[in-house]
Design a protein around this ligand. Structure first.
Ligand code: MN
Length: 327
């Protein structure tokens, strides 16, 4: 749940959007989340790259068997300044929030929660869930002009799909190849799931001003090759950062694969990410934390069987705003 990293350097400001194409494999960190011990691989923020577009957090969990992993059990906790994006490959998840929303999701559907100025939510594996769980949870940082917006929650079961070349691509956030998700985004970005059949060979058009990254959810795919040169073999674990300036992305897979594609305009603002808050200053985060522990700004999540999550203590040093990549 916590994003407090121990990065010793101070990041001064946003990176260089003209840096061009890249193929950098960013290893993830293994962390346990919630009260049931489900383990996730966290690839954003990473030590060398904090954001891809406005995407500022990426946890990949499972495939895990509920009986042995305990499944998802994240008690009520607060968020500010971001959207949470929940996407499943397998299983079920039950979302509850302080607006009174209660929504179960299944694979291929999107749960999108906009925290804005304040929201609290819980996420858990329902009692009659599929015995396996596999998916991702992502956060999108809200730009300054929208970060105090009203909190909201939306469930989208009907999302646009691109087909061709043995691939099916569901656009769950933003736009890709002329198709746009109905989900509300606050900055130009894309989030998509690409399912490659065995032997698939496909090419997706990209926006050259976006930076992109890909993660393998299942199987192995070759990413960003050409007809002559093999792409980078990508399978479970790391996030492949693809940089900017790409007109298209070629994807092939011998045995079949399922990929997550993220992208967006390089995020120009410096942010402070601590625990579940995205703000702009140390003092703002302190105020958010105090409100969660002692105030009523975040409201109450009803129906979760257990106490809310207490905030961890503030670190001994002041939090500093950081850009999208350390430098
Ligand atoms: Mn959350």
């Amino acid at each position: 749940m916590s994003n407090l990293d121990q990065l010793p350097q101070e990041a001064i400001c946003g990176g260089d959007p003209s840096a061009g194409p890249a193929t950098d494999l960013l290893p993830g960190a293994e962390v346990a989340i919630g009260t049931r011990g489900l383990r996730v691989t966290r690839t954003l923020p990473s030590r060398t790259r904090r954001m891809v577009g406005a995407w500022c957090f990426l946890d990949h969990f499972g495939p895990a068997e509920l009986a042995t992993s305990g499944g998802m059990g994240i008690p009520p906790h607060p968020h500010t300044g971001l959207q949470t994006v929940s996407w499943l490959v397998r299983g079920d998840m039950l979302h509850r929030d302080s607006l009174g929303s209660e929504q179960r999701i299944r694979p291929g559907q999107l749960n999108l929660m906009t925290a804005g100025r304040a929201i609290a939510h819980s996420e858990e594996s329902p009692e009659d869930a599929d015995p396996w769980v596999h998916g991702v949870q992502l956060w999108v940082a809200l730009p300054a002009e929208h970060r105090h917006t009203d909190p909201g929650f939306a469930h989208h079961a009907d999302l646009p799909v691109i087909t061709g070349g043995g691939a099916e691509t569901t656009v769950f956030m933003g736009s890709l190849a002329g198709l746009t998700s109905p989900a509300r985004a606050f900055s130009p970005l894309v989030g998509a799931e690409i399912r490659l059949a065995p032997g698939a060979e496909t090419e997706l058009p990209l926006r050259t001003d976006f930076e992109h990254a890909a993660l393998a959810l299942t199987g192995t795919a070759e990413v960003a090759g050409t007809a002559e040169v093999a792409g980078t073999a990508l399978s479970g674990g790391p996030l492949l950062y693809l940089g900017t300036g790409r007109e298209s992305l070629r994807l092939t897979s011998e045995g079949g694969a399922r990929l997550l594609l993220l992208g967006g305009e390089p995020f120009a603002e410096e942010i402070v990410m601590w625990w579940n808050f995205v703000g702009r200053s140390h003092d703002e985060i302190v105020a958010d934390r105090t409100e969660w522990m002692d105030g009523d700004r975040f409201g109450v999540v009803r129906g979760y069987d257990g106490p809310p999550l207490p905030a961890p203590p503030m670190p001994a040093t002041r939090l500093r705003p950081r850009g999208r990549e350390p430098r």
